[in-house]
Design a protein around this ligand. Sequence first.
Ligand code: ADE
Ligand code: ZN
Length: 334
Amino acid sequence: MQVVSSFVEQLPKAELHVHIEGTFEPELMFEIGSRNHVDLPYNSVAELRAAYNFRDLQEFLDIYYAGTSVLLHPQDFYDLTWAYCQRAAAQQVRHTEIFFDAQAHTERGVSFETALDGIDQALADARTKLGLSTKLIMCFLRHLPADSAQKTLESAARHRDRIVGVGLDSSEKGYPPHLFEDVFAQASQMGFATVAHAGEEGPPEYVWEALDKLKVSRIDHGNRAMEDDALVERLVADQMPLTVCPLSNLRLQGVTDMRAHPLRKMMQRGLKVTVNSDDPAYFGGYVNENYAAVQDALELTNDELVQLARNSFEASFISEDERAKHIAALSSYA
Ligand code: ADE
Ligand code: ZN
């Protein structure tokens, strides 16, 4: 397990890229499976963890979606979300923007509201009991057709007060962003913020499409943008935030060694990068372990760590007052 310095541990930060289904620790998965009488295709926590040996994004996603099969009732979604919020608050996460994959549940016959009600109640409790500020983003699964995304957007529209934005995730290669151009245009019209996974495994062209066709205000991952100088210049000029996930990139073989991770080069090029956990239960660490991994491997200075945390607040969907408050707290951190 990654050793976390007290500097990283105490650093106030926001997390902007975490899939709530990716925070499902095996122990809780077995507990919920058992109370719901749903069998997992593994005999034990150890056997399940041993399967976390992914060659690529798709191998991970197959296991990740299988894990959601035990989530049936609002209480299950509550328990999952509450467990994450407790960990985040303990890591000095002051604000978190959580993704959920509505279609991973509705496709199994679990209603949109079952998932939303459980997640939202835990987020409300996190605000009052943990002082953790939260927002919820619903991601469309890009391996499903655009008309499924369209129906899911109509469900989200009924809960505009509880969902701040929409995103795009799941299998990237072969599913370019332009397939979702109409759905994203409608989502924007409805007042949702928009973000999209792009350039995780997919080519720089997908990042261009996320910018020009989906008109997103953040790119999730974006690592492969570094292959295209004109794209880097565009991202820098727009100060487009990239929500980078170092341990995810390592575990999904985007990089073979953390010392080869592009994060530091991205910062040096002037990109507005943030550090996030993606699917912490599967990738060996929550947000602080991600900061620690790049701090060690790339020899980041304390100033660079503070810059990453500042970027996380600047790139978040909080109000200007909230942003000023968090950035002031960071200015007095040294
Ligand atoms: N869903 C959960 N984690 C994901 C990732 N890293 N990329 C795409 N979709 C995801
Ligand atoms: Zn992700």
